[in-house]
Write a protein that binds this ligand. Structure first.
Ligand code: SF4
Length: 265
């Protein structure tokens, strides 16, 4: 029997994903749409506020899948500290939760999901990666759509529409200079610039990550770290000393090439 389509916005706390979700619901109706969010429990509190306000504006509740562990708890379970090359937290808390949710839609409700992402034209490579991913990872391929690339005019100012027309304040992380807002600036795949930004904006949160790393190293008696330098470990403690000695600004200038692609959806 053919499955009925259900339109699923990959709802992340980003302005573009909020706009795409709104347009999707306008076009297909609430009864045929889902706002889907995977919660890692590390998100910035203001992201939750933004997502709730947008969901209320759209008039559709958020469908949340939650593993229940934080990324740190996943690292302990795997005895492996996530880093820029390999982050089990993404796989466990985001990918697994998403794929099982989508397969459940098929198996339990006979629905065929179509996924909507807020990715823009400047990130076409990520759209290609996601299309590939959803072609191969689920039991059968799942259709992906990128309206910010394919449908809307490139000069549309999503942030202004949300703030000025919808009257919803953007998540505070937007104006704080982070390359992405996932996991409240704590992302273990973030890289040097990202952590310099975290230190500059929220030193306490940086220190929490530093403490997490130190505890993990002690607990498993392993010389491991979130950041890597010259192919080896470079702890957040070492990096903080460098930031303090040489000044944070210097480290904010070279962009990281490590992007947590499956998490920034
Ligand atoms: S955003 Fe980073 S820390 Fe958070 S789940 Fe994804 S890879 Fe892990």
């Amino acid at each position: 029997m053919t499955r009925k389509n259900v339109h699923v916005a990959m709802y992340s706390g980003g302005a573009s994903s909020a706009y795409v979700a709104y347009q999707m619901v306008q076009k297909y109706g609430k009864e045929n749409c889902i706002l889907f969010f995977t919660n890692t429990l590390w998100e910035d509190e203001d992201n939750y506020r933004f997502m709730d306000e947008v969901a209320e504006y759209i008039g559709l509740e958020i469908t949340e899948r939650i593993d229940g562990r934080t990324p740190e708890e996943v690292f302990y379970d795997y005895r492996f500290l996530g880093n820029s090359r390999l982050a089990k937290c993404s796989e466990e808390l985001k990918v697994y939760q998403t794929i099982t949710f989508l397969e459940d839609l098929r198996d339990e409700q006979n629905l065929e999901p179509i996924l909507y992402f807020g990715i823009g034209p400047h990130e076409k490579h990520r759209a290609i990666n996601l299309t590939e991913f959803y072609n191969h990872r689920p039991v059968e391929p799942i259709e992906t759509r990128f309206p910010m690339i394919d449908t809307f005019s490139q000069d549309i100012n999503v942030k202004s529409i949300i703030e000025n027309e919808w009257g919803i304040k953007l998540p505070r992380m937007y104006n704080l200079g982070f390359s992405h807002a996932n996991c409240g600036g704590r992302c273990v795949r973030g890289g040097f610039q990202h952590y310099a930004q975290l230190y500059k904006v929220w030193p306490d949160r940086y220190l929490e990550q530093e403490e997490m790393e130190e505890n993990f190293r002690k607990h498993f008696d392993k010389n491991v770290s979130i950041l890597k330098k010259d192919g080896g470990p470079f702890t957040l403690k070492e990096y903080r000393k460098q930031l303090e000695n040489e000044g944070v600004e210097k480290f904010l200038k070279s962009p990281d090439d490590t992007v947590p692609c499956v998490c920034t959806v």
